[in-house]
Design a protein around this ligand. Sequence first.
Ligand SMILES: C[S@@+](CC[C@H](N)C(=O)[O-])C[C@H]1O[C@@H](n2cnc3c(N)ncnc32)[C@H](O)[C@@H]1O
Length: 233
Amino acid sequence: MYFDYERDTKKYYQNDLIASRYHRLYTASKGLRTFPFRFVARREQRIVGTLLGNVVHRHVLDIPAGTGKLADVFARSGSHVVACDVSSNMLEIAKKEYLRINYANVEYAIADAVNLNHFADATFDVVVCLRLLHRVPPGIRCRMLREFSRVAPFALVSYGIDTAYHNLRERVRNKITGCKPVAKCFCSLAEARREIEPFFEIQRESRIARGVSRELVFSLKSRVGTTQQQAAF
Ligand SMILES: C[S@@+](CC[C@H](N)C(=O)[O-])C[C@H]1O[C@@H](n2cnc3c(N)ncnc32)[C@H](O)[C@@H]1O
């Protein structure tokens, strides 16, 4: 399986059809095929909502905001949100989502998580990065983590963790559904921790839905200004 970050991650969602399909997968009101996506999305919303409650969350950077999956969560927490993504197609749907729930405390920007130069240090209270890093090669992930640790003192960041169980589960699922395997950038839990450590202190690790998802959300406290980060980069 060949993985191309530009093609499979950055450009993939810059397409109206893909964007609306992604949104439908987790917002469909019924259907067996979309059930796992809806289930995981509800868990993500619940867990991010809970973790957000543990930190100051007046100013939130949601990157990638995608189609606005977390709009309700931020509306409930009363945060000012800057919703960023490289895909204007995804952000257009996110705008409709915020309009639908009538929450106006939000700004939108096209931005690449690798380079957040237009945001000064500690602009936000917390960065939320859901469902991106499992589609990003390790070297680029580290550049993103460095930016997150610079623009906010806290971050909630999800990783896709590689396990034998989930590899087997996906093989069986693909056999049953006829889906082709998709190349992604999963890593072991130990690798994820090693990658994060220079930039953040890990405060908590929360599994989204253990049996059906690889996703794990790290609650992180930035090390900006500490000697460890400066020594590493
Ligand atoms: C699987 S979606 C996740 C969106 C949202 N966080 C969610 O959970 O629904 C991945 C998103 O990452 C965006 N993306 C890809 N590369 C990016 C980058 N370098 N910087 C910011 N966003 C990026 C895509 O456009 C897409 O909207």
